[in-house]
Design a protein around this ligand. Structure first.
Ligand code: ZN
Length: 403
């Protein structure tokens, strides 16, 4: 076992990070800090890292494992062992999110405000309590507000010797050029389906055939594969989406399918809001010391308004993400249809859908299929441009129609 166990098919990245963690260890032993700037000797420790790669490849998993390796306290390491044992107190507290010198900035909720980022930058400049490294992991660095990104830039520009910034984003283009030019870049690759299936069997105890199908259907997204393997609702959702190519025979079917997709996405956003919004508002009131029914303390009204604004944008994002997953499933389906039409013999993303794929493949030509793939991609672009979701999805399902 080691801190890298949850990372799938990223041997090269693990090698690079292990070398850096060893260099970091040597630097601490010699009383030195990290070498600033991205360039120079690849085996040296550096103070800012940017983890990129296709969705679900494991950017934040890699960053978290690296943070653990930096804080590993295993006595074996002193004897020349590799940092990141996964057992010791250092590794364990980082992985469970409770290490005093590792701060996580998570993307599960709202975009990170400038105030939070300034606090972080300030905190980051203090010496690590454990005497090793002060690590700040920013998941989804592309979701920072512009002001927050500028505050982050300040931290990355003027690093303290023992501060390490770990930023995660889909691609380098998603991060301010001024920030990325100061980071060492790590690019994760799409993991092979076999590697993902192995991990589902080994780590999650999934039955091998279920793991194989889920790994293929996840199309390289490890977390999505895991959900498909263990979560009934995710499986049902996918099957629901994959019915669409057979339902779009007439305009009525197209419009109904579009409505269903959009309604599902809306329900997801509402379910998330139900579990999170009220608690966040309560927490905020508590932070201001507002008692039930008493007069609101100064500044609270503005903070509540700001919170509500961010909650609203999170709901929009959740809706878009659910639709995004559905579009990826559809895209995978039509790519498989094309593969069948072209006589490919390789494994398909939707191995469990062979009969439906054969039916759609037989009813059209490769040109039809390419046109449909373009319709799905066009829908994705429209959603990125904030086109009304129902309009965008209807335009797609109508374009998916036969003929
Ligand atoms: Zn350890």
């Amino acid at each position: 076992m080691s801190v890298w166990d949850d990372l799938v098919g990223q041997d090269r990245v693990v090698e690079q990070l292990t070398a850096a963690a060893q260099a970091a260890r040597a630097a601490v032993a010699a009383g030195r800090g990290a070498a600033p700037g991205p360039g120079g000797n690849a085996s040296l420790m550096t103070h800012a890292w940017l983890f990129t790669g296709p969705p679900g490849a494991g950017q934040s998993t890699a960053a978290r494992a690296f943070a653990a390796a930096l804080q590993c306290t295993s006595p074996d390491v002193e004897l020349g062992g590799v940092p990141g044992c996964g057992f010791c107190d250092g590794c364990h507290t980082v992985l469970s999110g409770s290490h005093a010198d590792v701060k996580f900035v998570r993307s599960d909720g709202l975009s990170i405000g400038v105030g939070d980022m300034r606090d972080l930058v300030l905190r980051a400049s203090s010496y690590p309590t454990g005497g090793r490294w002060s690590v700040i992991l920013v998941d989804a660095a592309h979701r920072l507000t512009e002001a927050a990104a500028n505050a982050l830039l300040k931290g990355v520009e003027e690093p303290s010797p023992r501060t390490v910034w770990l930023l995660c984003a889909p691609s380098v283009q998603d991060v301010l050029p001024t920030i990325r030019s100061r980071c060492r870049l790590l690019v994760l690759r799409t993991p092979a389906a076999e590697a993902v299936a192995d991990m589902l069997v080994r780590r999650d105890g999934v039955e091998p055939e279920t793991a194989r199908l889920a790994a293929l259907a996840g199309q390289g997204d490890v977390e999505r594969s895991r959900r498909l393997a263990v979560d009934e609702q995710s499986r049902a959702r996918r099957l629901d989406v994959l019915r669409i190519p057979l339902e779009v025979a007439d305009i009525g079917g197209c419009l109904a399918a579009a409505q269903r997709l959009v309604d599902t996405a809306k329900a997801d956003a509402e379910a998330l809001a139900e579990t999170q919004d009220a608690k966040e508002t309560d927490d905020l009131r508590a932070a201001y010391g507002a008692a039930e029914g008493s007069r609101a303390p100064r500044g609270m009204a503005g903070a509540v308004k700001e919170l509500e604004k961010r909650q609203k944008s999170r709901a929009t994002r959740t809706r878009r993400e659910t639709l995004g997953v559905a579009l990826l499933d559809l895209l995978g389906f039509y790519r498989d249809v094309l593969a069948v039409q072209l006589g490919s013999t390789g494994a398909l993303a939707n191995e469990d859908q062979r009969p439906a794929l054969a039916k759609v493949a037989a009813a059209g030509s490769p040109e039809n299929t390419l046109r449909r793939i373009e319709a799905v991609l066009a829908c994705r672009e429209a959603l990125d441009r904030n086109v009304d979701p129902l309009l965008a999805v209807e335009a797609m399902t109508v374009a998916l129609r036969a003929g």
